[in-house]
Design a protein around this ligand. Sequence first.
Ligand code: AG3
Length: 283
Amino acid sequence: MELWFTERHTPNVKFSIKVDRQLYSGNSEFQRIDIFSSKEFGRFLTLDGYMMLTEKDEFIYHEMITHVPMSVHPNPKNILVIGAGDGGVVRELTRYTTVENIDLVEIDELVVEVSKKYLPTTACRLDDERVHIYYEDGVKFIRRCEDKYDVIIVDSTDPFGPGEGLFTKEFYGSCFKALHEDGIMVNQHESPFYDEDAAAMQRSHKRIVESFPISKVYQAHIPTYPSGHWLFGFASKKYHPVRDYNGTKWSMLGLHTRYYNTQLHTGAFALPNYVEEMLRDVE
Ligand code: AG3
């Protein structure tokens, strides 16, 4: 008997991974949570049947969503992470000795519990003393924040279900208010490739452009997400992600990364023409 996990990427495309074993399945108040093990990708986490991370390729996503803003901001000390209960973003952030405080706002406590138990390589730094976890809806949490953070990282699910509010104009406005005058917000920005994802990506880009003076998009190659071509949004009050980037300073930190490097940082902001056109259409 063969066991396969399948995610529907479009009404006409499916992506499947052969499963060795299902390690966990449960329902929280918010969503269904599953952990599988596989030969090709190691263990992987899905929420409501959508791929969140695999042990094999999560480093790409977590390095790119974290090190790009952390290397542009000259002195990031107070960080807010929204979503990301699997701990991948926190793992990357705790490598910066200059970071003083990390607030992690995750709506679903069960995601944290399950990740700690089954995904020790991503959830390994959630107990760092600088990390404070709030089990709350990020949309509500951020309404109360003003002039507080240097960097905000929005590691959401897709723009439906529990993560829907994290793609709204109101939410981006709250992020702007929650940041210091030179703050940076980065978010997972969906894929430009399939029509439905591209439409979601354009909608969120439009709202970010309306909320921040500097709003750029960068890309990475993530094999287990729809089309494998994924985007991140870089929204900023003051710093430009390429012109204000000091790669030499970041290299001096001596952090070992497997995907991110200083040349790739600049290159990731060079987008294919069809993506540039989609973004220009809503700017
Ligand atoms: N955040 C989810 C990215 C979106 C994936 N979409 C999909 N598979 N349809 C990933 C969380 C990792 N910390």
